[in-house]
Design a protein around this ligand. Structure first.
Ligand code: NI
Length: 193
């Protein structure tokens, strides 16, 4: 296993559409996944998409730790997704803060679907699906966006809610005043994904 270098905003690999994985049993794919897990642990992040480690393939890993949610039952174990797909369950949208391992020290408020259904294949080619809402749904949408070459700042509609984590976290109430930010996710200031 090895710790991989994370591509940062501006690197073209982050804007490429990643290719589908055709051979689930490929040892190369298994190696990428174990390196991604080690890299995510090393940086202390929540989620990582393969393009962020310079591999333009549709692979994402993420988890939802207890520290990021209010209800223990919403915890999600480390999930390894190959060829994931997302569909919104309704039109409901919420706006909340996001950060990204490819954009160190910054954060911004981004609109995402509140309720989604998503599916994926594991490393053995087995199909899974889940429903998600709130923070869980946000992380999945953020990570899968990486597979389509999209980074969260591309989705920010109000750039006055984008800046350095240090500044925003010290002025969060002032910034959120009069603006619509989801109240479900108040604890989640810097979900590095
Ligand atoms: Ni990210």
């Amino acid at each position: 296993m090895s710790i991989l270098k994370i591509a940062r905003l501006g690197h073209p690999i982050l804007q490429k559409i990643a290719s589908q994985v055709d051979d689930y049993g490929d040892p190369e794919i298994k190696k990428i996944i174990s390196d991604m897990i080690e890299t995510l642990e090393d940086v202390g992040g929540i989620g990582l998409a393969a393009p962020q480690v310079h591999v333009s393939k549709r692979i994402v890993i993420f988890f939802v730790p207890e520290s990021r949610i209010e209800d223990e039952k919403d915890q999600v174990e480390l999930t390894i997704m190959i060829n994931p797909e997302i569909r919104p369950l309704n039109d409901k949208i919420n706006r909340d803060w996001e950060a990204c391992l490819s954009i160190p020290n910054l954060m911004g408020a981004v609109e995402r679907y509140s309720h989604i259904k998503y599916s994926w294949f594991d490393a053995n080619g087995k199909y899974f699906e889940r429903e998600a809402s709130g923070y869980h749904a946000r992380v999945v949408q953020h990570e899968c966006d990486h597979l389509d070459g999209k980074l969260y700042p591309f989705r920010i509609t109000d750039l006055s809610m984008f800046g350095f984590q240090e500044e925003i976290n010290s002025n969060i109430e002032l910034l959120e005043r009069g603006r619509i930010v989801s109240s479900d996710n108040k604890m989640l200031r810097t979900p590095n994904a």
